[in-house]
Ligand binder design. Structure first.
Ligand code: ASP
Length: 342
C-alpha cells in the first residue's frame, strides 16, 4: 500500500484568512482553526495534513526578511516528515517571499507552494477555497515516487508560477499574478496539467538552507527629470553594498554626464549596480542602444530578464552569505534557481 501524502500548511496571514471588523469595516487576520472550519472539503483529501500558524498573523505588507528566515527554518526542521509544504500568505509581497525562499532553499526536492486569495475565505465569492485546495493537491503530487514540482512556486487562480518569476500585477482581479518571462508550471482545469518541460528537475544533491540576508541593498527607479541630489542620497546610503537600478525598456537610462559619473564613482567604491528593466516583460540588453552603453562603461552589470523581486532578494542572499563583491558580481549574473535566462 502506498503511504498517504503528508502536507504541512504554514499560515502566515493575508486576506485568505481575514475577517472584516463589524465596526470599522477593516480587514484583519484571524486564526487558523477558523480557517480550517471554513473549508471542510480539505478533510476529504486522503492526506495527512498538519498546520503551523504564525503568531501574530500578518498582512504581507508587514513581511520581513526575519520571517523568511523563520519560514525557511520551519521547512528545514520538517523537511523529512512531509512530502510538500503549502504557505498561506498575503498576495501583496508573495512574490518577494517566494523569491527569497527559492534562494534560501538549495537543492530542493519537494514542493513549496505559496497561495492566498483576493477575497477572504469566509466570503461567498471567495477565490481562497480553490487556491488553497489545489495548492495542497500540487504540493502532494508525485510521479514515479518523486515530487512533480520540486520548486518554490505560487499557485493563484488556476495557474502555477515559478515563484521567482512571478509578480503581483493586479490588486482587483482574482488573476493577481503574472510570469511574463517564463511559462507557467501548471494550469488547473478539470485536470491539473503540468508543464513538465518548464519545471525544474528534482535535485539529487543534499538539501541546504541558508537564511542570512544582508539588508544593505537599495533600489533606484529612474524617471525623466530625476535629480542629482536624490541619486546621490541613494548611492551614499550608509553601509550600502548593492543597488538595483530600475531602467527604461531594454536597460536604458539618461546619458547625462553627471548621472554616468555618479554610477562610475559608486561602482569604483565597490558597490554593485544591477540593471533591471522597469518593463515586466523582456530583458536588459546593455549595448543595444547608446543610452545603455554608458551604463556598461560605468561598470553597471546586467540583470537580464530577472524580476525586481527576485533581483533584490537575490542580492540580499548573496551578500548575506559572505560572498565577496567579485563573487556577488558573478553569481548575480548567473541563474541559480531558474530566476533568469542569460
Ligand atoms: N494586504 C493583503 C496581504 O498581502 C492582500 C492579500 O492577501 O491579498 O496580506
Amino acid at each position: 500500500m502506498t503511504k498517504q501524502p503528508s502536507i504541512l500548511i504554514i499560515y502566515t496571514g493575508g486576506t485568505i484568512g481575514m475577517v472584516m471588523d463589524s465596526v470599522t469595516g477593516v480587514l484583519h487576520p484571524f486564526n487558523f482553526e477558523n480557517l480550517y472550519d471554513q473549508i471542510p472539503e480539505i478533510q476529504k483529501f486522503n492526506y495527512n495534513i498538519d498546520n503551523i500558524s504564525f503568531d501574530p498573523l500578518i498582512d504581507s505588507s508587514d513581511m520581513e526578511p526575519g520571517i523568511w528566515k523563520q519560514l525557511a527554518e520551519i521547512i528545514k526542521d520538517n523537511y523529512d516528515n512531509y512530502d510538500g509544504f503549502v504557505i498561506l500568505h498575503g498576495s501583496d509581497t508573495m512574490s518577494y517571499t517566494a523569491s527569497a525562499l527559492s534562494f534560501m532553499l538549495e537543492n530542493l526536492s519537494k514542493p513549496v507552494v505559496l497561495t492566498g486569495s483576493q477575497l477572504p475565505i469566509g466570503m461567498i465569492r471567495t477565490d481562497g477555497k480553490e487556491n488553497f485546495i489545489t495548492a495542497i493537491e500540487i504540493a502532494a503530487a508525485k510521479k514515479n515516487g518523486r515530487a512533480v514540482v520540486p520548486e518554490v512556486c505560487i499557485y493563484f487562480e488556476y495557474q502555477l508560477y515559478r515563484g521567482n518569476r512571478a509578480h503581483k500585477y493586479n490588486a482587483e482581479y482574482f488573476e493577481a499574478f503574472r510570469s511574463v518571462n517564463y511559462p507557467i508550471l501548471a494550469q488547473a482545469g478539470v485536470e491539473i496539467k503540468y508543464n513538465h518541460q518548464a519545471i525544474s528537475k528534482c535535485d539529487e544533491k543534499e538539501f541546504r538552507v541558508l537564511t542570512n540576508m544582508d539588508l544593505n541593498v537599495a533600489s533606484l527607479k529612474l524617471f525623466p527629470g530625476i535629480q542629482q541630489p536624490y541619486v546621490k542620497s541613494v548611492f551614499n546610503a550608509e553601509g550600502l553594498k548593492g543597488v538595483i537600478l530600475e531602467t527604461f525598456g531594454s536597460g536604458n537610462a539618461t546619458t547625462k554626464q553627471w548621472f554616468l559619473k555618479e554610477l562610475e564613482d559608486t561602482v569604483n567604491r565597490g558597490i554593485i549596480i544591477l540593471n533591471v528593466t522597469q518593463c515586466r516583460g523582456g530583458a536588459v540588453k546593455m549595448g543595444q542602444y547608446e543610452t545603455s552603453t554608458g551604463l556598461e562603461k560605468a561598470g553597471v552589470i546586467s540583470g537580464y530578464d530577472i524580476t525586481y523581486e527576485a533581483a533584490i532578494t537575490k542580492m540580499m542572499y548573496l551578500f548575506g552569505n559572505n560572498h565577496s563583491t567579485e563573487s556577488v558580481k558573478k553569481y548575480i549574473q548567473t541563474p541559480l534557481r531558474g530566476e533568469m535566462t542569460v
